[in-house]
Design a protein around this ligand. Sequence first.
Ligand code: SF4
Length: 354
Amino acid sequence: MEIKNKTTGLLKLSREIKKWSKELGFNNVGITDIELRQHEKYLERWLKRDFQGEMEYMKIHGKKRSRPEKLFKGTKRIISVSIDYLPPGHKGTELLDHPKKAYIASYAQGRDYHKVLRKKLKLLVERIKLATPTSSRVFVDSAPVLEKAIAEKAGIGWIGKNTLLLNKRAGSYFFLGEIYTDLDLPIDEPFEGNHCGSCSACIDICPTKAFEGPYQLDSRKCISYLTIEFKGSIPKELRPLMGNRIFGCDDCQIYCPWNKFAKFSKEDDFRPRNNLENSELVDLFSWSKEEFLKKTEGSPIRRAGYECWLRNIAIALGNADKTKKIIDALNSRKNFPSALVREHVNWALNQHLG
Ligand code: SF4
């Protein structure tokens, strides 16, 4: 009788958690167990091929990523949530390879999603704690968590050939977050099937051909990795292929047919700030370090750092149509203190002047 009451109580709680999640603005929520061994093998193969590039943190956490109880002791279930982020009026292909303007990945034009999601997840945990005692911890892309595998198991969508999570209703323009909990909540059905079918648009369209095949992304060639995570000199053969993408890249999402169904986000925090959705490269290139720090406060762009920001824009200026304004802008940074920036500026000038 006691067991039956407990089960009924947990079932009721799981329904309430889903209701509270929606009230907090999450678009999808699912609950799953912690069995991720199948994905552990995939991760090991990926790491073996050094596809993680300089993201050493992908390696150093060992099995914590695929064994949630090693990351947070006592974890029995994971509550996985998603929230749409596409800002209203998003321009899609309109800005890609624009002769003067910058392309910044759509997820990065507004407030840092880590902060937005973490705040909401903490509120959800507080709400759960009012209902029952629990030991729970929230994660938003900040710890070794297999977030896409977890979301797939929790029924939110399927992992597409572009390695992103896809959902029939929302495409792939959404963030994921997790709550690891010791509550023995009933689990949801995993997402069944893979709806990529014979499509390979993301693989074919990738500007730097970063996919070795379906589900096989070599980060070392991925523009998102190169412009955000990678801090060194960008391989010269990849620079012309980067076009005007100065922070992240959306190509494997823009051309994905499922993103016809993506919804604009209702979250004001994800709306573009500082005109980042429609800025000229030369204007962004003229920012001083102080301006960079001020204008990227609370933005994911901070992650790149000022030097890499200039490095990325220098490449885009080298790929842009030649104008006096662009040559002047590049010349103004020719003696910039950082050798990394100078090298990319010289490359860009060389593209125009030979
Ligand atoms: S572009 Fe096609 S193959 Fe790639 S993720 Fe979308 S549906 Fe799948």
